[in-house]
Design a protein around this ligand. Structure first.
Ligand code: SF4
Length: 401
């Protein structure tokens, strides 16, 4: 049986992260402009950056979708037409929309394909048919939908389907939550979510002390769908989305690399070897994350999906220490340092394809070739050339045993 293979859709919170995601194998990226998207704190793209990002991606056969998924008031809608004509002029591949008013405005003013955001909580065939009749070309189904249900929606509504395969989860129907509005004054449906569901709450309902301590009862584990990649393929899902426009370069690169390599492997062999799965899972564990869950991909998520622990953003054993700016057999490797490391440390270069390259950083110099004992963030350093290293490769280091 021939299969339809999905695209890997990666988050790009900035122009630099877009380049990282594209180079590490994403087939499509999604980005936010400075307005109308749900991540006001992300490094959203200026108009110039959107143009540059689109050119960079299109030259490499990668699609770019622009997020317009805020719920808007009339005064915001009045500013939308100008932005839509700009997006059409630079040939974005789609916009991701939740608000009916935005769907109407985009379809009236342009021919840009419309993807219905997960914020619209599409969970059934009839809803998908209705969106299609209004001009939508793709539905990002609600995260409560299983892969099987999504396959049914695709077949019966005859529309492209996108599903999340990886990333942080919302404990509410995506975004339909106002805890952040009322506790922090930040509107989660207009890009301001403060992740209030991750905070500690005390639940005093006559429970004994031990249970009262379990106070992170609204915080979800992170989604990880690597092992069910074959189910997505069998159901003909069109796009596998990685959450996280606000996450790091290392996250954007690692996720794009792991999922695109796993998909390419499956395409070639028709199955997975367990040792490869273990390798990819270990790569996924090298970026900061909460415990993983398959959430509702196969069966409805339950109590086991709750991450009943305090948030700790520095939980990762690995951190990004830099990015390769230049790699030349004659002049060596130039690295832009993000986090300090020492002479003699073992670091790893993450190539766009294939296994990481380990380097013992014995000979570090600055660009004037003066020896360096300990690197400093935001400086440039040089290492001797190593085969396989290229510009834009990310450099990581194990920081915890
Ligand atoms: S506070 Fe949590 S549940 Fe509410 S919108 Fe934000 S991430 Fe979702």
């Amino acid at each position: 049986m021939s299969h339809h293979f999905p695209e890997i859709l990666a988050p790009a919170g900035s122009l630099d992260k877009l380049k990282v995601a594209v180079l590490y194998g994403a087939n499509a990226v999604y980005v936010g402009g400075q307005k109308f998207g749900l991540r006001t704190a992300a490094d959203n793209f200026t108009l110039e950056e959107l143009k540059e990002g689109l050119a960079f991606a299109h030259e490499r056969g990668v699609q770019v979708y622009v997020v317009l998924n805020s719920f808007l008031h009339d005064k915001d809608i009045s500013e939308l037409p100008e932005f839509i004509s700009f997006l059409e002029s630079i040939k974005v591949d789609a916009v991701i929309v939740s608000d009916l008013g935005v769907v109407k405005t985009v379809s009236k003013l342009s021919k840009i394909p419309i993807h219905i955001s997960t914020q619209a909580s599409t969970l059934n065939v009839e809803a998908a048919k209705l969106w299609k009749s209004m001009g939508a070309t793709r539905i990002v189904v609600g995260r409560e939908v299983s892969i099987k249900e999504a396959g049914k929606i695709k077949r019966e509504a005859n529309i492209e389907i996108e599903m999340f395969i990886h990333g942080s989860m919302c404990m509410a129907y995506s975004g339909h939550c106002v805890i952040s509005n009322f506790t922090q004054g930040r509107d989660s449906n207009r890009g301001g979510c403060a992740h209030s569901c991750r905070f500690e709450y005390s639940l005093d309902m006559g429970l004994d002390t031990e249970e009262k301590k379990k106070a992170y009862f609204m915080s979800s584990k992170d989604l990880e769908g690597l092992r069910v990649l074959p189910e997505f393929i069998n159901e003909g899902i069109d796009s596998l989305k990685i959450e996280g426009r606000m996450k790091s370069h290392l996250y954007a690169g690692t996720m794009s690399k792991v999922y695109s390599e796993a998909l390419a492997y499956y395409r070639e062999h028709g199955n997975f070897l367990s040792e490869d799965l273990i390798h990819w899972e270990s790569e996924l564990s090298k970026v900061s994350h909460r415990a993983y869950t398959q959430a509702s991909l196969i069966e409805k998520a339950g109590e086991e999906s709750i991450f009943n622990e305090r948030e700790n953003s520095s939980d990762s054993e690995w951190q990004m220490v830099g990015k390769v700016l230049e790699a030349n057999p004659k002049s060596g490797i130039v690295i832009e340092v993000r986090n300090a490391f020492n002479q003699g440390d073992l670091i790893e270069i993450l190539p766009f394809k294939g296994p990481a390259i380990s380097i013992l950083a014995n000979e570090i110099t600055d660009i004037m070739l003066r020896p360096v004992q300990r690197t400093k963030p935001s400086t440039l350093i040089k290492l001797p050339f190593v085969k396989g290293v290229e510009a834009f490769h990310l450099v990581r280091q194990k920081v915890k045993a």
